[in-house]
Every structure is written in structure tokens, then in C-alpha cells.
Write a protein that binds this ligand. Structure first.
Ligand code: GTQ
Length: 362
């Protein structure tokens, strides 16, 4: 029996594939495994909060090296539960520090930020020696490789959102982490109080990185900084009253790097948003994903092409939700009387700085 030309070729292709694999090579025409597309999702605050409070009772906040040296509940994108990741690049988690507790000092290549949800204003994050007080809706930055520890000397639990570019840092093989005090005493215990000394009181960063500052204070990287909610809210109100609106996002403020005027940090941009009563924005899409936290209000975000219906994601106060890269989306404030206020984080600065950002309006 003679083989056809096609059969002969097929055998040669199979042999070629074996040979490629043997030498750790691959052909462009061969199939490969693809990571699943991320999906839009809403995490209701009630579920996050009840799990977090339960963790406060059963998960002890321990020392460096212990699994629970931070007590956080992590938001997980349902498409990639195995990776325990909120987006491809960013992780949003909710952290609890009970009265009298300390989350010990460390630093890592991943940049982090905290957006405060609840507390009596006495808890603080010590960033590079500055005692940054955490009042509700404040934003506190711990840029990459800055020392940070969290203390709650008050009488009420303090709860905040953590956002880290940890998945991006890991993807780029930069997972470096260092604990402030690695030393053990004679009994093999960590020294008590693994926290850095306070050398600057609250507000030092606003003086250091304000309009009057010494030369060469920043080389363009992020600086440790705390944005007070009273300033953010005043600016949002003023813009809302003046009718200054972005067609896709309502009243929109960027938290800028105070020295460069650029994005909050090189890998994460933070924004605050105000949707007026009944406001509905126009749809757009872009190559960058967004994780939202609802500061206050009730609304709906429609995600997906209008032609195919789009899916409505309802949200309320303190819920978190995710809009994936390239997903068409628009926001609606369901209240006819109250504004809806959103805090959000995106990886847009990464895409922009690499020439990968593209936006399309409906
Ligand atoms: O508080 O320093 O959610 O190091 C993940 C890693 C919080 C923190 C997180 C961390 C922290």
C-alpha cells in the first residue's frame, strides 16, 4: 500500500513535533494553553465584612514568617481562583487590625496602598518612619521597597482596602521581600515589637513633597504619601457643583504623584469618582482593568457590548467590583437623590508607559 503525499507529510509533521519537544522548542502553529479571560464580578460588602470579622476571632495576627503576619481577606476573580488574584496585575484585599494589634514591619518590591474603610482615626501605618493616621476614606501609599508596619492603639477595629501590584511584580520575577527584624532572641522568639520607630508625625509627607520642597526630592518614582478624604471630598463637591464631568466616568479625580503630577504610582493609578443623582455615563472600553470600591451609594455598572445586551452588575455601599480589560462598561447611579462615590484602582500607567494603552468610545 502506497502512502499519499499528505500522509507522508503528516508523519513528518508528527516527527517534527517530537523533535521540537525533545529540544525544548515549539512551532508557532502548535496549540498552547491560554489563561482564561477574567470576568466582571461584584463582591458584596456583607460577605467580605462577615468573613473578615470572623477571621479577626480565629486567625491570630502573628510574627514575620507566620502565614498570618497580615490578616486580609482577598478578592479572587472567579475565572482564576487557582491564582487567588483579583486582576491579572493587581490584588485587592481587605485587612483587619484589632485594637492593640501590630502588623509587623516589612518591605517588598510590590507597591501597596491602603484605602481606609473603618476606624476611629487613631490607627496608623508607619511608612519610612512617618506615622500616617488612617481616617475613613483616606488613601495611604507605601511605594515599592518602603518599610511599613500597621498599629492600632485605639479601642475600635481598623479596616482598610489593600491594593498591591504583587501579581505584576511576581510575573516579572521581582518577588523580593524583607522583614524589618529577622533576629531571634535566645529562646528562638522574634524580638518583641517588630516595628520601626516613629521619627515623623502625621502630615510630614505633605510638607516634604508639597509645593515648597528641596531639590531632587523625587526621581519620578512614587513617594510615600497620604491623601486626606476631606480634601478629596471637597474637590469632588466643587467639580460636581461646577458640572465638570467626564462623559464615561462622571466627576473624576486622579490621585496624582504630588511631585511629578503623574499617576499615583508607576504601576497603579487611583481615582475618586462622583456620579450625581440619576446620572448615567456613556459606554467605553480600554486596555486596562479596573477594581472599584463603592465609598457610598447605590448603582449599576453595565459590562459587555450593548448589542449583546451587556450584563448589569448592581452595587451598594462598600461593595467591590471588577471590570476586565477591553470590557465595554457604563455606570448608572440608581439613586435619584444621593450621589454615588467610587474609589478605583487601575493598571493603566503600566499599559500607557509600555505603549499598550488603547481606548474606544461607543
Ligand atoms: O499590609 O503590608 O494585603 O505586605 C498583602 C501584603 C497587605 C501589608 C497585603 C502585605 C500587606
Amino acid at each position: 500500500m502506497t502512502q499519499t503525499e499528505a500522509e507522508v507529510n503528516d508523519l513528518r509533521v508528527q516527527a517534527l513535533h517530537r523533535r521540537l519537544a525533545e529540544h525544548s522548542l515549539g512551532g508557532h502553529w502548535q496549540e498552547r494553553e491560554r489563561s482564561p479571560a477574567l470576568v466582571p464580578h461584584v463582591w458584596p460588602w456583607e460577605a467580605i465584612h462577615s468573613c473578615l470579622m470572623e477571621s479577626g476571632e480565629v486567625i491570630k495576627l502573628g510574627h514575620a514568617g507566620d502565614a498570618a503576619n497580615r490578616r486580609t481577606v482577598q478578592l479572587v476573580n472567579p475565572a482564576i481562583t487557582n491564582l487567588k488574584s483579583t486582576s491579572r496585575t493587581l490584588q485587592m484585599s481587605i485587612q483587619l487590625v484589632n485594637p492593640g494589634e501590630t502588623a509587623e514591619c516589612h518591605r517588598h518590591m510590590a507597591a501597596a496602598l491602603r484605602f481606609v474603610i473603618a476606624g476611629d482615626g487613631t490607627a496608623y501605618t508607619n511608612v519610612e518612619g512617618e506615622k500616617m493616621l488612617m481616617e475613613p476614606n483616606d488613601l495611604v501609599l507605601t511605594p515599592h521597597w518602603t518599610w511599613h508596619d500597621h498599629q492600632n492603639p485605639g479601642t475600635k477595629p481598623v479596616v482598610w482596602l489593600d491594593v498591591l501590584d504583587v501579581h505584576l511584580a511576581n510575573f516579572l520575577d521581582a518577588p523580593i521581600h524583607e522583614n524589618y527584624n529577622e533576629s531571634l532572641d535566645q529562646n528562638g522568639n522574634y524580638f518583641a515589637g517588630s516595628s520601626q520607630p516613629v521619627v515623623h508625625e502625621d502630615g510630614y509627607c505633605r510638607q516634604r513633597y508639597g509645593v515648597m520642597r528641596r531639590r531632587g526630592v523625587s526621581d519620578g518614582r512614587a513617594v510615600p504619601y497620604a491623601y486626606k478624604w476631606r480634601d478629596t471630598l471637597a474637590a469632588l463637591r466643587e467639580m460636581a457643583a461646577a458640572g465638570e464631568r467626564d462623559p464615561h466616568d462622571g466627576v473624576l479625580l486622579d490621585y496624582t504623584n504630588p511631585v511629578t503630577g503623574g499617576p499615583t504610582m508607576p504601576t497603579i493609578a487611583c481615582r475618586a469618582q462622583w456620579l450625581g443623582p440619576g446620572e448615567a455615563t456613556r459606554a467605553h472600553r480600554h486596555t486596562s482593568s479596573t477594581i472599584y470600591h463603592v465609598i457610598e451609594g447605590e448603582g449599576t455598572t453595565v459590562v459587555g457590548a450593548e448589542a449583546s445586551g451587556g450584563a448589569a452588575y448592581d452595587w451598594g455601599t462598600r461593595d467591590c467590583f471588577f471590570v476586565p480589560s477591553l470590557g465595554w462598561h457604563r455606570h448608572v447611579n440608581r439613586s435619584k437623590t444621593a450621589p454615588a462615590l467610587l474609589f478605583s484602582v487601575t493598571d493603566r500607567p503600566v499599559l500607557e508607559s509600555l505603549g499598550l494603552y488603547r481606548e474606544e468610545a461607543a
